[in-house]
Ligand binder design. Structure first.
Ligand code: ZN
Length: 262
């Protein structure tokens, strides 16, 4: 049976002498593994379309439960990411998150577009850093990482409730306590240790809370379009990572590598 799908290559493993298994993220079937025959040959016509972080149109054969490529055509390649270790390692962490959280053969509405927008921002950030010799580039990468982690939490149905204090429903306060385990906010007047026990909590100042609400309540096209100062950016990075990894219940080697190279 033949079917046509568009997707981004998010993983690849060599098999045999010159073939690969590749993982692609699609809208219709989530993440699926495909056999890409002979794509490691130097003259392979599908080598470009099956390269890591390439958005391609695939014509697939399905036999029993396995997919293989009949033909493929590249639409856009995020190959410029490979020029920067930090950008590439962050993209690899994003890919690992998607592989771990996406079920195969189930629709992944919105995830493909969100991932493509994120890779585009990462690629743009890397190019800007090289053009301007901007030494603050790692901070920009940090923002992309935080936004991705928080928005992915929401897409996975793990969104924190950032609307208001869970007790008195106030919207703003100089100090809002964000409780990681429950994904809830308590204002400085309502928070007390007896209520939250030993749960991990972070104090959010108004700028941090505003940034997190912006990510949660904005459409994908806008989520990367804000700025945050250095100290807040570092705190945001710690908060979004702690939140997502706590709710997934694990860490990632690609994240450890990203931290080593930035
Ligand atoms: Zn309150």
């Amino acid at each position: 049976m033949l079917s046509t799908l568009k997707g981004i290559v998010i993983g690849q493993r060599n098999v045999g002498e010159n073939s690969r298994f590749i993982d692609i993220l699609t809208e219709e079937l989530g993440v699926i593994e495909i056999t890409a025959h002979a794509t490691r040959k130097i003259n392979s016509k599908n080598a470009g379309s099956t390269a890591l972080f390439t958005y391609s149109k695939f014509c697939l054969n399905k036999s029993k439960s396995r997919y293989s490529i009949n033909s493929a055509e590249p639409i856009y390649s995020f190959h410029k990411l490979s020029a920067d270790f930090a950008a590439l390692s962050l993209a690899a962490y994003f890919a690992d998150l998607i592989k771990y959280t996406s079920a195969s053969e189930q629709r992944a509405d919105g995830l493909l577009r969100f991932f493509a927008i994120s890779l585009y921002e990462l690629e743009k950030n890397e190019q800007t850093a090289h053009c301007t010799k901007d030494t603050s580039a790692p901070a920009n990468i940090s923002l992309i990482k935080s936004v991705f982690e928080l928005k992915l939490s929401q897409i996975l149905g793990l969104s924190p409730d950032l609307i208001a204090c869970a007790e008195c429903f106030c919207y703003e306060h100089d100090e809002m306590y964000f409780i990681i385990n429950e994904g809830k906010l308590f204002c400085g007047d309502c928070f007390n240790d007896a209520k939250c026990g030993s749960d991990t909590r972070f104090v959010l100042n108004p700028a941090l809370l505003r940034a997190m609400r912006f990510v949660i309540f904005s459409p994908n096209e806008k989520i990367y379009k804000f700025e945050l100062g250095g100290k807040n950016l570092r705190e945001l990075a710690f908060i979004t990572e702690s939140y997502l990894l706590y709710h997934l219940g694990r860490g990632f080697k690609t994240l450890d590598y990203f931290k080593r190279v930035t």
